[in-house]
Design a protein around this ligand. Structure first.
Ligand SMILES: *[C@@H]1O[C@H](CO)[C@@H](O)[C@H](O)[C@H]1NC(C)=O
Length: 537
């Protein structure tokens, strides 16, 4: 009996201790551009922290994006709103804007070629909206900033902000909160060299084995990118908000991140590259085991004995031109598989009965279904990692940005085929669908890589959570590499090489001079002694 009491007491104490551990939670704040794909990524990261008992917050503008369904944010995430002066940032996800903006190349293919004036103009426009008015409103909203101050946030996660929304970093800087950077790929500011000789730029379609010309182009893309980052934050930005805060250039701001969480790369899928311990590769946070499907989808999946193809161009493509849709409808009419297609807008003519159109898909759950044979996608990061996780081969029709890189690395691994959204034909699409399903090499490789991806000590979410908690406890400074503060000639040891070269030249010159001197003296002696000797003889 006594034993029983003692063990109960022990258990109670242990239980209380775990409670204390949970109560001892921290407060995290996420900030990213207010677009669906960005928010999904940031939400996945924050939920990993919420699972550990931390309080998580996210910064959102008022007005919010109209395309966000109600209940988009998990209940565990608390939304902190700030007022924006206008809704100019809302236009970016509308079909009308996309038709005339990022997707204008559907009507004018030259808009897609790099470096296109049109694309540069769009990027500048986009960046201006976020780094100027949007940030200014965020920093000036006194209610919002007071709330933030009262909350005593422990750590800010700045997600994918470093080209078009670099000023997001001013929020943690002004509030004097340490921050972690969520990035699509490791920036040079992490301290590890991003070698253009082996790491293909995210705008290129190369692999890690490049010939001379590819390396040349890759190097130029790399330099162009470095330049974009350099000029992406004005030094005197919102001077009044930054009063009393030491000026730093953007490279330094980025380098001061406690940690870099790379949400767009994973060693199981990507080309190997050099990294440092401050960089955590955590691609695919939204990929997870599938949940049961809604009744109608389940029936559809089971009803197509040959298998089903899932088609989605994500939230980015609110606009696809009619001629592209027509080709897809025709192709889907010629195959023996079922098709579930995420499709908004008017229903196209002559859709065959094997095709189910839906405005929204439980994409991860569909890809997890054993009857899913193939994924047709623009290859955004979310879809890329979800199909990869579930071992489903992909036909990629990249539309812009990093989707070219995402589809290309998968093609390089033999689990995808890339097609050109502008010029593909119905026959080509039908042919690729049939080959990729009939030839088991694609699905075999996809399953094998998926097994590697899952065979890790931690999920990307757990890994991220662990490291964020770690730097919160111990600080991330000990992980920082001094390379960031070095100038390029120090980094490449050019000053040392130059010094050694000069020393060698000086020593060599001295040697030569010495030799000549000796020679002259010796020879003079010789010439002057010889005749004497002659005379004495
Ligand atoms: C299947 O595809 C692989 C990779 O593209 C190719 O090497 C192989 O020859 C194909 N097999 C058949 C039977 O066509």
């Amino acid at each position: 009996m006594e034993n029983y009491y003692i063990s109960t007491m022990c258990l109670t104490i242990i239980y209380c201790m775990t409670l204390i551990d949970q109560v001892n939670s921290a407060r995290f704040l996420g900030i990213c551009m207010p677009f669906k794909s960005q928010l999904i990524d940031t939400q996945a990261l924050l939920l990993g922290l919420a699972d550990r008992g931390h309080e998580v917050y996210i910064v959102m503008p008022q007005p919010m994006l109209p395309s966000l369904p109600s209940g988009f944010f998990d209940k565990r995430i608390q939304v902190l709103l700030f007022k924006t002066r206008s809704d100019e940032f809302l236009v970016f996800e509308t079909a009308e804007f996309q038709k005339n903006g990022i997707f204008s190349y559907f009507d004018r293919p030259t808009d897609r070629t790099f470096p296109s004036h049109k694309i540069a103009q769009l990027i500048n426009n986009f960046r201006d909206v976020f780094t100027k008015n949007y940030t200014a409103d965020m920093l000036k909203d006194t209610d919002f900033n007071k709330k933030l101050k009262d909350l005593k946030i422990d750590m800010v996660i700045v997600q994918n902000a470093f080209i078009s929304f670099s000023t997001a970093y001013l929020l943690p800087i002004i509030h004097n909160i340490p921050y972690v950077s969520g990035v699509a790929f490791p920036p040079t500011e992490s301290g590890a060299p991003s070698l253009p000789s082996i790491v293909p730029n995210f705008l290129s379609t190369y692999s890690d084995t490049m010939n001379f010309w590819q390396r040349t182009v890759n190097f130029l893309l790399f330099m162009h990118y470095q330049y974009m980052v350099t000029c992406s934050i004005p030094y005197d930005f919102h001077a009044e908000s930054l009063e009393g805060i030491p000026k730093k250039n953007f490279h330094q701001i980025l380098a001061d991140s406690e940690l870099f969480i790379v949400t767009g790369r994973h060693p199981a899928l990507d080309f190997p590259q050099l990294t440092l311990p401050n960089t955590i590769f955590a691609g695919g946070m939204s990929a997870k085991p599938g949940k049961p499907l809604p009744k109608d989808l389940q029936t559809f999946m089971e009803g197509h004995k040959n298998g089903v193809i899932v088609v989605s161009f994500g939230s980015i493509a609110s606009y696809l031109p009619d001629y592209v849709i027509k080709k897809m409808v025709e192709a889907f009419g010629k195959i023996k598989y079922g098709v579930i297609w995420k499709h908004t807008g008017p229903k196209p003519d002559s859709v065959t009965p094997n095709v189910k159109l839906l405005p929204w898909l439980p994409q991860n759950d569909l890809l997890a279904h054993r009857n899913t044979k193939l994924f047709i996608s623009h290859f955004g990061l979310g879809g890329a990692f979800e199909s990869f996780y579930h071992g489903v081969p992909v036909i990629g029709l990249p539309l812009n940005g990093d989707q070219y890189y995402n589809s290309n690395r998968a093609q390089h691994r033999g689990i995808a085929k890339v097609m050109d959204i502008l010029y593909f034909t119905t026959e080509e699409l039908v042919g690729n669908i049939n080959t990729m399903i009939d030839n088991s090499s694609y699905v075999d490789k996809a399953k094998k890589l998926s097994a590697i991806y899952r065979d890790q000590p931690w999920t990307p979410q757990q890994l991220t959570t662990y490291w964020i908690e770690h730097v919160l406890k111990h600080g991330g400074t000990y992980l920082h590499s001094p390379t960031v503060l070095m100038s390029w000639y120090q980094y490449y040891l050019l000053d040392v090489i130059a010094f050694l070269l000069v020393v060698s030249i000086v020593v060599l010159t001295l040697c030569i001079l010495c030799y000549r001197c000796c020679c002259r003296i010796f020879c003079k002696k010789k010439t002057s002694t010889k005749p004497i000797k002659m005379k004495t003889k």
